[in-house]
Design a protein around this ligand. Structure first.
Ligand code: ATR
Length: 284
């Protein structure tokens, strides 16, 4: 049973639009219940063009913090007075915390989620061991590329349909990233240790990317940042080819862990299987 709401209940949440589909309330509230913490985690859907006003309302200290999801990750960075280096590098924030002085701090735990998912589902994977290919050049891809470069990847190959966008991300991240056109994906996959899909292709029943995964070495780990469906067409193809795979749900859970710590001041309890709960909610 969840502890009752009291006069001391710590409130945090997630802001997105739309947000009703978010699995974050399920994950955080399951952890709160298991840990017996007097806290609650709720979902907010502010108007798409009024995020700043929405955040200002919380500067009074009404809530402890917010996770931020589409389409607010970039604007979340711009409303904060304090920005962590990893949020700066990703050019986006997925975590805002409210100080008692009214200041907002922005952080980005998506990189921790990405690396944590790789470590959990592809044990022994070492980001430093060789080049990594990232598909896509939007906000999700930029965060992934920044985290991989920071983790010591010797080269990140940004493979995108629109080459100019890949070049822009490579330019922003600096040495260590190169841009490649999608129609040269086979060359980009040569010798990589991992291929990570950070495009929106394959989301919710949409067709997946048609890329020659067989051009990646047999030892390469194939990861998709999408978690709906859990097995995307991209991951299904990788499994068919016998490659090790890593899914987006693991990344979602792993990015939530440091957020929970930031909101409630404790690590998530290990004795609750939030992955099983989330899989059930996804209809698995
Ligand atoms: P986000 O911020 O969530 O990453 P985005 O900025 O809309 O979203 O970026 C979506 C990414 O998916 C882009 O890299 C996009 O490629 P383009 O830059 O060429 O538009 C990529 N993408 C989406 N659908 C695609 C498809 N069917 N084929 C190839 N790339 C696709």
């Amino acid at each position: 049973m969840k502890p009752p709401i009291t006069g001391r209940t710590i409130v945090a949440g997630v802001a997105g639009n739309p947000v009703a589909h978010s699995l974050s309330p399920l994950i955080h509230n399951a952890w709160l219940e298991a840990a017996g913490i007097d806290g609650v985690y709720v979902a907010f859907a502010p108007d798409a063009d009024r995020f700043e006003v929405f955040v200002d309302a919380f500067r009074s200290g009404a809530i402890r913090g917010l996770n931020v999801t589409t389409p607010f990750k970039e604007v979340a960075l711009s409303v904060a007075e304090v920005v962590s280096p990893r949020a700066e590098m990703a050019a986006a924030a997925n975590l805002l915390t409210f100080g008692t002085d009214g200041r907002v701090s922005a952080d980005n735990t998506d990189g921790i989620g990405l690396l944590g998912a790789l470590a959990a589902q592809a044990p022994g994977f070492d980001p430093k061991a060789g080049p990594i290919a990232v598909l896509g050049a939007g906000g999700a891809a930029r965060g992934a590329v920044a985290a991989l470069v920071a983790a010591g990847a010797p080269q990140v190959r940004i493979v995108n349909r629109t080459l100019a966008r890949a070049e822009a991300v490579a330019g922003a991240v600096g040495a260590g990233a190169v841009a490649c056109p999608l129609d040269a994906a086979a060359e980009a996959f040569d010798g990589v240790t991992a291929v990570i899909n950070a495009t929106s292709a394959g989301l919710s029943g949409q067709p997946g990317l048609d890329v020659p995964l067989e051009a990646a070495p047999e030892t390469a780990v194939i990861m998709d940042m999408i978690y709906k469906p859990l097995e995307t067409p991209f991951l299904a193809e990788a499994r068919k080819l016998g490659r090790r795979t890593v899914d987006g749900l693991e990344m979602l859970i792993r990015q939530a862990e440091p957020s929970f710590q930031a909101f409630y001041g404790a690590a998530p309890p290990a004795d609750v299987d939030v992955r099983a709960l989330a899989m059930k909610a996804l209809g698995q």
